[in-house]
Design a binder for this molecule. Structure first.
Ligand SMILES: Nc1ncnc2c1ncn2[C@@H]1O[C@H](COP(=O)(O)OP(=O)(O)OP(=O)(O)O)[C@@H](O)[C@H]1O
Ligand SMILES: [Mg+2]
Length: 264
């Protein structure tokens, strides 16, 4: 039985190589229950790889992932979803030709759908489950201010709204841990600020545990309670936003990059 130190998620000595590329080496972090945590680092530092390892999309080269006191290292993504993980992707992954509501319902079907055959046969239990799923999907869309667009085709929505549909799909499953990979990518500053407020509100209202990957530092510093910083696949620092802003390793890395740019 792995010890979890009371954390919802613990990542220990995580390593991932792609051929000769060491995308992550010796990464450690913990997310306590109910915390809005951020994972930050420059482009290519391994943030999405960390998400893929935690959710089971990729298997680690070595290391351990403990979620809800269960060793989930190497689990399939479906199993981790059943255990309560939900994520959004850096690049939107939606069925563009389907209505918004169907896209959100897909996430719920994956979690607790009535089963393929009962749906095909139109059994009553299936239709009750289907109605519940529709209701839950609508609730998630309402939270993100998209209920009035539920029946629009995704491809016809502005980009910012498409990102929110992804978010709603993850949220509708009522996850224990919500992993958001650059949810504001491609949004304008107003949409970014609004989504930051929504994330913060959801975290507070639902005591939702969130791991956020985000490049908008104003938002990260404004809403995250704890941060983990990685650089070139390695741990650089962890702490509160204020601690991170005063951390000498972070300041050195930032100044180093500025110097590189200046010299280039
Ligand atoms: N499937 C893969 N095959 C080979 N190399 C990969 C693969 N996925 C990621 N990498 C490499 O691993 C490193 C980390 O990539 P990753 O996408 O995790 O970074 P990131 O921090 O999410 O970057 P960004 O901020 O640009 O999204 C990079 O060098 C990347 O090229
Ligand atoms: Mg990424």
């Amino acid at each position: 039985m792995p010890s979890d130190n009371g954390a919802l998620l613990s990542v220990r000595q995580l390593n991932k190589s792609f051929g000769g590329i060491k995308a992550l080496s010796g990464v450690d972090f913990e997310i306590p229950q109910g915390v809005l945590a951020g994972l930050i680092g420059p482009n290519g530092s391994g943030k999405t790889t960390a998400f893929n390892l935690v959710t089971g999309v990729l298997k680690p080269t070595s290391g351990q992932i403990v979620f809800r006191a269960v060793d989930v290292t190497g689990n399939a993504p479906e199993r981790n979803a059943e255990l309560g993980m939900a994520r959004t992707f850096q690049n939107i992954r939606l069925f563009r030709d389907l209505p918004v509501i169907d896209n959100v319902m897909v996430g719920l079907h994956m979690r607790n759908g009535p089963g393929f055959w009962s749906t095909v046969l139109g059994l009553p239990r299936a239709s009750i489950a289907e109605r519940n799923i529709r209701k839950e999907a609508l609730e998630a869309l309402e939270v993100l201010g998209l209920a009035d667009k539920a029946h629009q085709i995704v491809a016809n929505l502005p980009y910012g709204d498409q990102r929110k549909v992804e978010f709603a799909r993850a949220l509708a499953t009522k996850p224990q841990l919500l992993l958001l990979d650059e949810p504001t990518a491609g949004m304008n500053p107003q949409e970014t600020a609004d989504l930051g407020k929504t994330i913060s509100k959801l975290h507070k209202d639902l005591s939702l545990t969130v791991l956020l990957v985000e490049h908008d530092m104003k938002m990260v510093m404004g809403i995250c309670e704890e941060l983990t910083v990685i650089n070139q696949g390695k741990m650089l620092a962890s702490g509160t936003p204020q601690e991170i802003q005063n951390n000498s390793a972070v300041i050195d890395a930032y100044l180093g990059r500025r110097r590189e740019k200046h010299d280039a």
